[in-house]
Every structure is written in structure tokens, then in C-alpha cells.
Design a protein around this ligand. Sequence first.
Ligand SMILES: CCCCCCCCCCCCCCCC(=O)SCCNC(=O)CCNC(=O)[C@H](O)C(C)(C)COP(=O)(O)OP(=O)(O)OC[C@H]1O[C@@H](n2cnc3c(N)ncnc32)[C@H](O)[C@@H]1OP(=O)(O)O
Length: 212
Amino acid sequence: MSEQTDSTVDAEYEHHGGFPVYTPVKAGPNFGRFVEALRRLQDLAVSTHIPDDVVDRAIEQAEALGDLLEPHVVPEGRSPAGFNVDLPGRGSLLMLPWMLEKFDAESVRSRGTFRIYHRGGNSAAHGGTLPLLFDDLMGMVVHAAGHPIARTAYLHVTYRKITPLETELVVEGRVDRVDGRKLFCSAELREADGTLLADCEALMVQLRPGQP
Ligand SMILES: CCCCCCCCCCCCCCCC(=O)SCCNC(=O)CCNC(=O)[C@H](O)C(C)(C)COP(=O)(O)OP(=O)(O)OC[C@H]1O[C@@H](n2cnc3c(N)ncnc32)[C@H](O)[C@@H]1OP(=O)(O)O
């Protein structure tokens, strides 16, 4: 997405608080592969015990990669990262690398796995990675249901069972109730066979004009 300068394109944008107007920045053909290569590095960074000489070579190569990328830094909203729905995690390295499979006013559903770099204790997904999944989902739920951008006021996650790594899981959420600016949302994380792993209740609050 990039900042939109033509204010006539979306007159509704006055309702999106202080958010800038975004338009899609399409990822190039190899951008998904680039992000996946970085995710693989994250998996390896938390699951290897490498000898010092390999650490030194890895630092050299990682720093060289940083130098290659640095000149291409752009302002928020002008990178393809995070806004390409045909890529896992919409092409964002921060987001869970999941694929959207339903996005409409009724609900938003996505499917994917927690990876090695999401590992918490004893091979379960780290407890902090579930709120990340749910919070990002709630942003999409609000948008899919046709509401202006809202911010998360609270996000209550209930952990029902250990969330496994490298296992295909499904998350689905929806807006349950609207009360003025308040959108009460819920979501569940399940295994492929429907077993409930965690659920979430969130309050999303629509922003006032200019609100950050
Ligand atoms: C065409 C379009 C294309 C768009 C295409 C792009 C899509 C691109 C999507 C990007 C999507 C970004 C999604 C961001 C998702 C995050 O926000 S993630 C960041 C985590 N959240 C934050 O940082 C939020 C920080 N907190 C805040 O900014 C403010 O506290 C809030 C949440 C905006 C609320 O503040 P406020 O506006 O001053 O609200 P306030 O008047 O105090 O309260 C309003 C109502 O909510 C209630 N309330 C507020 N907080 C709570 C609470 N914690 N518990 C219970 N009740 C509460 C109040 O009691 C009040 O109720 P009523 O009296 O009206 O009944």
C-alpha cells in the first residue's frame, strides 16, 4: 500500500481516524520468495548452535544483506510488506505466515502453521504469538465487515490446549456486536479436525477524526 494523494478516491477516509490513505503496492514476482527466505533464516537462527567461525561468516553475510537493502527503505505504506493478500502473512515478516481463505462481512478465516521461530516452551507455540495472530485477524475482521479502521482496546486470549508447531491450523473471527464506536469481536484457533486450541474476545474502537 502507498499513501494516496487523491482525496476523492475514498471519501470515506475521513472516517479512518488519523490513518493515512493507502493504495496497494503490488509485490514483485519474487517478493514472496524473498520473505520466505528470511523466515527460513529466522527458523535457523533459533534452532541452530553454530561454531564461532560460522557465526562470523553469517554476520558478514547478514550485514552485507542489510547494506544491500538499506538504500531501499521507504515510508510506511509504500512497501509491499503486509498488504499482499496472495502471500503468506500478506508478505509481512512480522505477521504469521498464514493464507487468507475467507474474507467477507460474515467472518475472516485464515490457515497456516506456527513455525520453529514461534517456539515457546516444550515445542508449543510461544504464548505471545497467539495474540499477534488474533490481533492481526481482528484488524481484517473489522475491515471485511465494512467498518472504518479501529484500534484494539483489549484482546482477551484464552489458551485451551497446547498450540502445536508446524501443524496446519485454522483461525476464524467476526464482529459479534456493534455499540456506537465499539466493535465487539471474537475468534477461535482450531486444529484441522476442529479441536479448539484458543479463543479470543476483543474490543475494537473506531477512531475519531485525526486520532492516531
Ligand atoms: C477503504 C479502507 C481501506 C483500509 C485498508 C487498510 C486496512 C488497514 C488496516 C489497518 C488496521 C489497523 C488496525 C490497528 C490495530 C491496532 O490498534 S493494534 C495497536 C494496539 N492498540 C492500541 O495501541 C490502541 C491504544 N489505545 C487507544 O488508542 C485508545 O485507548 C482507543 C482504543 C482508541 C480508545 O480510546 P478513545 O478513542 O479515546 O476511546 P474512549 O472514548 O476512551 O472509549 C470509547 C468507548 O470504548 C470503551 N473502551 C475503551 N477502551 C476500553 C477497554 N480497554 N475496555 C473496555 N472498554 C473500553 C470506553 O469505555 C468507551 O465506551 P462508551 O463510554 O462509549 O460506552
